[in-house]
Design a protein around this ligand. Structure first.
Ligand code: MLZ
Length: 265
């Protein structure tokens, strides 16, 4: 799938190492995506995590589902892995003695909700329970090191998964920086975040890995990755750019393919 971006070449060119797959809360063998567009499921409302809503699969990308909450418009779409604990088969909520909630921003009157949801579910296909995979458990410790490469979700454009570098480490959090982009997309996340993946993930799942940006030159490591997790430099902000020499990555981008269906941001 990744004829456009070659991690092996890139790691060599940048003198960097990949984060080992054991660092991530992801299955070694990515889960199969059996879902179909149009299927209904229950999902936690991303903007109101305690409420469970009905969502429709409006698209798929690798092991991820592109979801839209019924009763909401496309401005709050979100993406979930098929082994996310935030999605479940229709009926799960009721079995637990809970009520399905209208999504935050439900436009119609709340009294219309029960009728609305019954009408939405009637005649639609609900995703079978076997399609939902068990969420992998958290790795026991934060074993990421500054400078390690990975594939990370762009939170501002969550349909994008992009080449990224660990920029800093603090306790159980890691700082995600995006290769070729200046700081605007960077974020802190837990080391066990479901938004980050070992290199090769997109290739394995059939998801689209975006090429590195061309906003800033790609850093080339001139220092060895820290090997001791207790090393004091682990805890300070250390941009890979600080120890960088400029590297031409023109050839890495020349055949880059931008996902055709994604909205432009
Ligand atoms: N449309 C946006 C996409 C940026 C994606 C960055 N990902 C790290 C832009 O070109 O600014």
């Amino acid at each position: 799938h990744s004829d456009d971006f070659d991690w092996d070449v890139y790691l060599k060119e940048t003198g960097s190492v990949s984060a080992p797959s054991e660092c991530f809360r992801q299955s070694k063998i990515p889960p199969a995506n059996d879902f179909k567009v149009g299927m209904k499921l229950e999902a936690h409302d991303p903007r109101n995590i305690t409420s469970v809503c009905i969502a429709t699969v409006v698209g798929m990308s690798g092991a991820r589902l592109h979801l839209r909450l019924d009763g909401s418009d496309n401005s709050n779409d979100f993406w979930r892995l098929v082994d996310s604990s935030e999605i479940q088969p229709v009926g799960t909520c009721e079995q637990g003695g809970n009520l399905l909630q209208p999504p935050l921003g439900y436009k119609m009157s709340v009294s219309s909700w029960p009728v609305f949801i019954l009408r939405m579910l009637k005649g639609s296909e609900v995703a079978p329970a076997t399609f939902f995979k068990k969420e992998p458990s958290k790795p026991p410790a934060n074993n990421f090191k500054v400078g390690m490469k990975l594939e990370a979700t762009d939170r501002k454009n969550p349909y994008f998964i992009c080449p990224a570098t660990v920029g800093a480490i603090k306790g159980d959090e890691i700082y995600i920086t995006f290769d070729g982009w200046s700081g605007g997309f960077d974020y802190w996340c837990k080391y066990y975040s479901r938004e980050i993946f070992p290199i090769g993930w997109c290739c394995l799942t059939g998801d689209v890995l975006q090429p590195p940006g061309n906003q800033v030159p790609i850093a080339k490591n001139t220092e060895k990755i820290q090997s001791s997790p207790s090393d004091a430099t682990q805890h300070s902000m250390q941009s890979p750019q600080e120890t960088a020499v400029i590297l031409s990555t023109q050839h890495l981008r020349k055949s880059a393919r931008i996902k055709p269906s994604g909205p432009t941001a």
